[in-house]
Design a protein around this ligand. Structure first.
Ligand SMILES: [Zn+2]
Length: 135
């Protein structure tokens, strides 16, 4: 390989990696934001349910329809929170191969596409997930 071809390849590999890693991190930020919003929605739904129960007990007028609607909201929020949490875990558990840009799981030691090895990165990954998953 020509010297400049080699330089060009290294630069474009690095740019490819940076673009994909940036994409991964912005996706993670987006999902975390949605997760935070959904948790706030769930709290509101619980509050609503509590107020409904309180008012119904106070007035002795029971409206099962309202309770059922509040219940549905809570159930939907819980399902959505589970879905988003899974997504956060999946993204957290992903890394990008610095050599070829392939998407891999964190436990992988070798890239199945280009055969690159990632020993040092695994240590970095542990530190990174340690700070992001303890929320
Ligand atoms: Zn690779």
């Amino acid at each position: 390989m020509d010297f400049w071809d080699d330089v060009y390849k290294k630069v474009s590999d690095a740019a490819n990696y940076t673009a994909k890693e940036t994409g991964r991190l912005s996706e993670l930020a987006k999902v975390k934001y949605n997760l935070m919003r959904e948790k706030a929605k769930l709290e509101d739904a619980y509050k609503e349910m509590g107020e409904l129960y309180y008012n119904q007990m106070k007035t002795s007028e029971y409206d099962d329809k309202k309770i059922a609607l509040a219940y549905d909201k809570i159930e939907k929020s819980i399902t959505e929170i589970e879905r988003l949490s899974t997504q956060v875990n999946v993204i957290n558990n992903t890394k990008i191969c610095k050599k070829c840009g392939e998407k891999l799981t964190k436990e992988m030691v070798y890239c199945p596409k280009c055969g690159d090895e990632f020993k040092a990165e695994q240590e970095e990954a542990k530190e990174a997930t340690g700070t992001t998953t303890e929320e």
